[in-house]
Write a protein that binds this ligand. Sequence first.
Ligand code: HEC
Ligand code: HEC
Ligand code: HEC
Ligand code: HEC
Length: 474
Amino acid sequence: MIRSTVAVRSIVLGIGLLGLALAIPLNRGQAGPDATSAERKPAVLRGDSDVVTRVGNDSCLARGCHGAVGPSDPTTGHFYFKGGEASTWRTFDPHARAYEVLLNSRSVKIGERLKVEMKGQKPHRAKLCLDCHSPGLDVKLEEERDHAAVAVGAGVDCEACHGNASRWLAPHVSATWPQSTDKTSSDLKASYGFKPILALEERAKLCVSCHVGDPTKQVNHDLIAAGHPRLLFELDSSLSALPRHWQEPHEKPNATVGPTDFHAKAWAVGQVVTTEALLDLLKMRSQAASQGTAPWPEFAEYDCFACHHNLATPSWRQAVPSGRTPGSLPWGSWNLSSVKALGQISSNAKVTDKPFPLDVLMAEMSQPTPDTSKVSRLADTASVWVKSLRDSGKLASMDVKRVESLILALRNPAAKPENWDEAVARMLGLVSLSKAQVDLGGQPIGQDLSREIESLKRSLQFPSGFDSPKVFQP
Ligand code: HEC
Ligand code: HEC
Ligand code: HEC
Ligand code: HEC
């Protein structure tokens, strides 16, 4: 039990992020500028090439570019200042130390336990880990240079999120680079390989590629059992937890957008995109399992506490209100309840559809040995349903009425949380939606809602001695 909670320790809530961020020294090792800039120059000049390649962080970190030193003040949560984006990233952002993490003792232990899967490689050299922790690192180059255990990787760096820069580096400092954020401008920038991540949907897809996984990279129960934290993602709280080096459109000094539905939209878009990513992963896993190359069913997709808990009689776990057979595997506990709530405000993706694709899939996944080809098919059908939710246009803008109906849907007594995952998901949803309700000029949060959020928070805490969240500050 104790170790199972290791994995949920650092979930979306970003607990302790500030303390962690503050511990990052200013002069952490980056790729050595002298050795690398000469090799990288040709790539910069290849402005017209069709091949988009990495340029490396050094190009962004200069003081006159994004590396200005300025008035970040973590005590007030004020991290953004123009021209200082790279300084904020380097000093405060956990992504800047994602490579160094692979050298710490926890990673070394994970590596030892997964010796076979890692083919004898150390975590900081293994594709399995680098794909998420330092996607730009050229392992071959590093080995040639024999950089034994020096922190040379840049972690999750500028290009990991903004796109490889060989084609956009030169144009983006020219006067003709569009400053506006309309569709034509962002299409133009995208044609240079610059990722359009201002729109929440595109941004969510970027985050979930590492924070949920995709068919090319994942954190499964093998990695978790070896010591990796469990991956749980919720967009709005993750954005709040990051020391952001940018301003959202409504935060800009010349903002034209008024009272904002940002938190509601970020929550809703995040739920939908996360669910799509989970379904893609499920499909990939079911196909790999049918070829005998992956464990099945994949335990990381179920409620952890279904298997990792102390046995007690009587236990609240024995009361399963949804009618699931006691003892069956609770799949999809992380976000199904939230997407179902979203279905209630959508006109073309109905939760009343019979049979309801997510329930059919859940029923199959609750079997001791789900049928892999059936699951693959059902995941496709469920994806179509979730996509229709995204396309319904209801997520594009939220008014007070929609936000209030979502709060009601989440608080529906018939959808009472059945486990820890559902309770966290519900709490995060209620927090984001109630922020939006206030921002949109709706009713101030009622006492009963804030009482419910507080009581959810309390119920989610673990006793001391557990390597788990002790306080919740979404
Ligand atoms: C699918 C992407 C992905 C893969 C693959 C992956 N990680 Fe991670 N890792 C993450 C994310 C995301 C986090 C942050 C989790 C959180 O706190 O929410 C993380 C966190 C960690 C942490 C905890 C860091 C801390 O600050 O406490 C360690 C240690 C770690 N990873 C090591 C590894 C090792 C070793 C491997 C390879 C065996 C690996 N990771 C593979 C995405 C990944
Ligand atoms: C984890 C992903 C991530 C990483 C890593 C990252 N960024 Fe960003 N960045 C974003 C997002 C999301 C935005 C907001 C959307 C936008 O403005 O396109 C943003 C916005 C920006 C902006 C616009 C700021 C504003 O509001 O005026 C600049 C400039 C920028 N980033 C530079 C950098 C630099 C330089 C680095 C590397 C040191 C970097 N970013 C690393 C995700 C990232
Ligand atoms: C290339 C992979 C990658 C991408 C893309 C990415 N992240 Fe991360 N993220 C990581 C890894 C790896 C860590 C763990 C780093 C560490 O422990 O120092 C992490 C850590 C975090 C943390 C701190 C988690 C914790 O519990 O301490 C937050 C918050 C976060 N990411 C949010 C985001 C958001 C929001 C986006 C999208 C804008 C994003 N990330 C995009 C890989 C990624
Ligand atoms: C279907 C049952 C099942 C589910 C669901 C499950 N696990 Fe496990 N887990 C196991 C088994 C079996 C072992 C191996 C126990 C042993 O070796 O003694 C294990 C081992 C582990 C270990 C290492 C050993 C230990 O007990 O500390 C960790 C950590 C862990 N699981 C975390 C998780 C997390 C986090 C989740 C949810 C994402 C999860 N597990 C979901 C069955 C499950």
